[in-house]
Design a protein around this ligand. Sequence first.
Ligand code: ZN
Ligand code: ZN
Length: 315
Amino acid sequence: MIKFYVLPIRCLRQLFIAAEAFMLHCIKHHRLKIVYFLHPISAALLLLVVGLYTWYELQFILPGMCNTSGSFYKINCFLAIYMLHNIVGNLFCCWRTDTSFLAVAKARQHPIASEAHLWHLCTHCQMLVPPRAWHCRLCNTCMLKRDHHCNISANCIGHTNQRYFIALLTHLTVGNLVVFIYNAVYVFMVRLPVFSDPLIFLTQFQGFDPVKYFESFKQNPNWIIINGAILKISIFSLVFVASQLGMQLYMVSRGSCMYFLQDRSYDLGFLNNWRLVLGKRMLWTFVSPFIRSPQPSDGTQWLVTRKPEELKKPA
Ligand SMILES: [Zn+2]
Ligand SMILES: [Zn+2]
């Protein structure tokens, strides 16, 4: 009897294979365009959406729900500053942290005699690299415990910057959840027709001052269309970032990474797996990206806890 979850998993796998083939094609033919245009555009788009959400909530939604001189509004202003600090800070640290094999100390770039058999040759870099390090065609070098290449942070997510990536996703998810809740409460309070067509508002554009523009809409019934549209957009963005975060939580808890999702050869147990990624200060890393949290491994030595399966080398 076929188990009910087999079909979706097979569909998902085929989807990943098709997406990977498409991405390889793009990387082969458009590498420079991706690095110099797509990456900055993606990062700018993320920051623009975060900024717009923050402005929209503080300028329009919260004043419609509470007194702007009250403590609830002030707490939300503080929350917005904390969220922006972590989102922008973690994105910056993720981008600036070099997780490549060449970033480790020169003395650690060669295997000790007892570990030489665990290292493998990268045919692109023409050198031996440690276990879990794989080549990235976009970064054009080998990455320590490579997870995936991130379009928004413009580099690979790997051993030394995964902490920032997870903190970034966590704050994006929590922030988006707060935005969704406030939007939903506001929509409920003023009984807006949530499913009104968001495209109608595009025909109503007047003037170039965004504050005046939104204020004029508050006097206009079409304001309800903007509220309904932003509520729907916030649902989509919440599902997107939450699914990415869920994937990371699942992988780190099992000691695996994106290309070897089922491989648990390096699973040290829940807490130790997280300590390897977040470092010694663990939860403090979610308070600020600028809190130092030394990792117990430099990314060249890995304790194998189970017999490694026959692994397919990632492209
Ligand atoms: Zn390489
Ligand atoms: Zn990369």
